[in-house]
Write a protein that binds this ligand. Sequence first.
Ligand code: SF4
Length: 196
Amino acid sequence: VTPEPATKIVAALDRLARGLRAHRQAVAGPRGLTPLQIDLLATIGQGPPPEPLVGLLARELGVSQPTITDAVRALHAKGLVTRLPVIADRRRTSVVLTTDGARMVDELARCDAALVDAVAALPRPDQETALDVLLGLIGRLVDVGIIDIARTCMTCRFHEVHAGKHRCALLDLDLPPAERRVNCPEHQPAIAAAGI
Ligand code: SF4
């Protein structure tokens, strides 16, 4: 029996996830890092959000706080991050990139160039359709509780659709597929339980 398209899509996503995991491992290994450590560096490099506190970083990356604490300790030992007291609450510390850490984040971003190039080789309308479909799918996985944090337009309380046109009510912006955001700092969840 031929599987339903939905089953094949989940299988395709699984294949993509395995490919990306293997890519991360290949990038991390020669640099003496783990895939989690490179995700952590990239998240600190992009943020906030989230604020670079251990608990929030753990939630962002879907791992436990002790796991993030260990990863921060390892990155600190390599001179890639340091911890600074939070000004408003000096009992807490932020995790901050060092100069070497910022350099490593740039280097890691360059390692993703092959991935971006592969996607960029698709015709532009296909890229826009893929982005639209993927953001819709992320929204559905947020709805059913499989994805915790997603700062996308489709999961945002400011996202509106009028006469088939998508808009951001906060920024007063039209949102054709190419303009929809994957990780928007202004995002607020449409459903209170959806996250950050
Ligand atoms: S605030 Fe950001 S995520 Fe929300 S609709 Fe506007 S652009 Fe999209």
